[in-house]
Design a protein around this ligand. Structure first.
Ligand SMILES: [Ca+2]
Length: 293
């Protein structure tokens, strides 16, 4: 199996980790984390983005920036995404059976979309775990979307037919044209964190973000701001009409075991009108207990 791009080979990173990643996918060294998305208008939880962690037996935690990139630049992206979907859907099935209904966003690479069998694979995994497709959102990075527009568009339409939601991830970091965006069967646009982290002090970012929110709404999409770390930024986004937010201010990525207690605490504090800062405190407590990220 071919596997390494020149880019990775030159950096020498792939040679160290590629075989290890293949083993990690097979041998259960990967684990899932869940980061909450929150509705800005009323603070209610809107589900979780599924993130992956890799604990290497000798090297410890490997940064997702490294291993996701290796997966994306090699054929490993196929078993990797399959593992993420099966594990996440299995977890969601357990939650649903226990009466905890939430939705999950899964990151999907354009290389997954390039494979003709991908849509039927998604359908098969949804069926296997008896998941209502409405509870699933697939996030596809903006840069990836413009690489092979006709095939990608065809596959996106087929995925839409399955009933899953689709979102454009990291919007603003790539170069998607507005005309192209209009054609995509996409329900959600996620604004890249690079425009959000300094939003309260950067006027240019404020203009770009306000304009992006208006544009997305004109196209009938909902908007998620990524990388929200402060109350100021959350308040500003709410005033701009942004629909949802994700980031450390609302919740760090957490283990499956912590999702239920976070959700219960979150719902309780929303009912009491407590400020979301309370969750940052809870999040840091959970992080300390589990030494996560
Ligand atoms: Ca994402």
């Amino acid at each position: 199996m071919q596997i390494m791009s020149h880019d990775i080979a030159e950096r020498g990173v792939g040679s160290i980790y590629q075989k290890d990643l293949e083993k990690a996918i097979e041998n259960g060294q990967l684990s899932l984390m869940f980061q909450p998305k929150v509705r800005l208008a009323d603070g209610r939880s809107e589900g979780f983005e599924v993130l992956t962690r890799w604990t290497h037996p000798e090297r410890g935690q490997i940064s997702p920036d490294v291993f996701v990139r290796i997966a994306e630049e090699t054929e490993l992206i196929h078993p990797f995404t399959r593992w993420v979907m099966r594990s996440a859907f299995s977890q969601l099935q357990t939650w649903c059976r226990n009466g905890f209904r939430t939705s999950l966003s899964i990151n999907v690479s354009v290389r997954n979309l390039a494979v003709p069998g991908f849509v039927s694979e998604v359908r098969g995994i949804l069926d296997e775990f008896e998941i209502n497709p409405e509870l699933i959102e697939l996030e596809i990075t903006e840069g990836a979307l413009i690489q092979d527009s006709s095939t990608v568009l065809k596959r996106l339409l087929l995925l839409q037919d399955l009933g899953v939601r689709l979102s454009i991830d990291d919007f603003g970091a790539g170069y998607a044209s507005l005309a192209y965006l209009k054609m995509l069967p996409v329900n959600v646009l996620k604004i890249d964190r690079s425009f959000i982290t300094a939003l309260s002090s950067n006027r240019a970012d404020q203009r770009i973000v306000a304009w992006t929110i208006r544009l997305a709404h004109d196209f009938g999409m909902r908007v998620v701001a990524e990388g929200v770390e402060t109350k100021e930024v959350a308040d500003l986004l709410r005033a701009m009409g942004c629909d949802m937010a994700q980031g450390y201010f609302f919740g760090h990525p957490m283990r499956a075991d912590d999702v239920h207690s976070w959700s219960a605490a979150h719902a309780l504090s929303q009912a009491r009108g407590a400020p979301p800062a309370w969750f940052s405190w809870l999040g840091s407590l959970l992080r300390k207990n589990h030494s996560v990220r």
